[in-house]
Design a protein around this ligand. Structure first.
Ligand SMILES: [Ca+2]
Ligand SMILES: [Ca+2]
Length: 411
């Protein structure tokens, strides 16, 4: 989605919701032992014929935690901030989609860090995720993603690393370590989450570039489109990847059949990768991608196409294709997410998701099932990233032309 189509779609959705409300269409199947509590979002789904694959796969009951969330702006006037990383003892690194990397102190003083490469800022592209290497305190290495111009109007998501200078004012030794292939002439669906596993390998999430001809390549493992890849820190295929011996596959591929995965987190107990991806109209998905798993896009989805028709054959399940752990319709438009580990909020081990549709989404989990959902911080804007600070407070950025870095605490 482009940002303007995002807004147009919002208006279209409002019309759809009121029309459907008049028709009193009930939503989803009724399970005999379905939870009695009302779901957090009672609006009708866009995909009216969708049947969840198992109980609790969508519309979890509202889990009201009774916590009032207070937000305090640390820095305002940011240009479409995308991601936050904590820089121990110094503040926060914040990327702006428009191409700047900033160091912002807890008091809000900001410095621009020089040495960021050129980024293609058309549509959804630009400077995106940022992450410190696990050994940053020794190496000062940071990793970041950006939409890299690839010539003749094409571009693609690339992963770069650099050392942050001792005075934190510039990037040194910049090196692009991985390029999503093929490049595409599209301004959309870059994916772009960097996540480190316990062995020091990198999971990088990559979008399918949205256009009809690129979308189908999410099912083609000889490309990096619509994939999660797993890399060494030099950008090579990581040992243990599922397709290392398959000559028809890119060796970096970990899982496939994804649409636009902008968020991911490592589960604190199991060490497994969890991802969250944008669906079309309906069909945002939470997945736990396993090695070699095919997550179905664009063959199966719980969403519909933006103009209103089905995606492909309009089916939500097929043998050999993995089901999401949970899905949303209507969507939350997920940015990044984190498992909460602190004690300032009473949400330990809950999953907190940045919602571009204007809320912080909290999921209560039982193992790998979602058992409750809450929408918080609904007055802040399009939340793009959420990060837990050392004291258990939360840091968020809002993806707006005049976005903010803000701290959330219990009221
Ligand atoms: Ca993440
Ligand atoms: Ca899927």
């Amino acid at each position: 989605m482009t940002r303007s189509s995002d807004r147009r779609m919002g208006a279209a959705l409002k019309g759809l919701v009121s029309a459907t409300a008049l028709a009193l269409v009930s939503s989803g199947p009724v399970f005999a032992d379905a939870p009695q509590a009302a779901p957090v979002d009672a609006r009708p789904p866009n995909k009216k014929d969708a049947v969840p694959a198992f109980e609790g796969q969508n519309r979890a009951p509202l889990a009201a935690s009774g916590v009032e969330v207070r937000s305090k702006v640390i820095a305002s006037g940011l240009q479409e901030p995308w991601a936050i990383a904590r820089l121990p003892g110094a503040g926060y690194l914040v990327t702006e989609r428009t191409g700047k990397l900033l160091l912002i102190t807890a008091e809000g003083a900001r410095t621009e860090i020089s040495g960021v490469p050129d980024v293609d800022t058309r549509g959804q592209g630009g400077l995106m995720d940022i992450s410190l290497a696990p050994d940053f305190s020794m190496t000062r290495e940071i990793y970041f993603t950006f939409s890299e111009p690839r010539g003749q109007g094409t571009n693609g998501t690339s992963l770069a690393r650099a050392r942050l200078s001792a005075d934190a004012t510039r990037l040194e030794g910049l090196e692009v370590v991985f390029r999503q292939l093929p490049g595409w002439a599209s301004p959309l669906h870059y994916g772009s989450n960097i996540e480190w596993d316990a062995d020091g390998y990198i999971y990088l999430t990559l979008g399918e570039r949205s256009l009809p001809a690129s979308r189908v390549l999410a099912q083609d493992r000889s490309t990096h489109l619509g994939k999660v890849v797993r890399l060494t820190r030099s950008g090579a295929a990581a040992p243990g990847n599922p397709f290392l011996k398959d000559p028809t596959a890119k060796p970096e591929v970990w899982s496939m059949g994804h649409r636009n995965v902008q968020g991911a987190a490592i589960h604190p107990s199991t060490g497994k990768l969890w991802t969250i991806e944008h669906g079309p109209r309906g069909g945002d998905e939470l997945n736990i991608p396993k090695a070699g798993g095919n997550y179905g896009w664009p063959i199966i989805t719980y969403g519909i196409d933006y103009p209103g028709g089905p995606i492909g054959e309009g089916v939500t399940a097929r043998a050999g294709l993995e089901q999401p752990v949970y899905y949303w319709d209507p969507v939350i438009a997920p940015g990044d997410m984190t498992f909460y580990r602190g004690s300032l909020f009473p949400w330990r081990d809950d999953l907190l998701i940045a919602g571009l549709s204007g809320s912080l989404v909290r999921l209560e989990l039982s193992g790998e099932k979602v058992v409750g959902e809450e929408r918080l911080a609904r007055d802040i804007g399009r939340i793009r990233d959420v990060l837990e600070d050392q004291d258990g407070s939360l840091l968020i950025v809002t993806d707006e032309k005049e976005g903010v870095l803000a701290r959330l605490t219990p009221g």
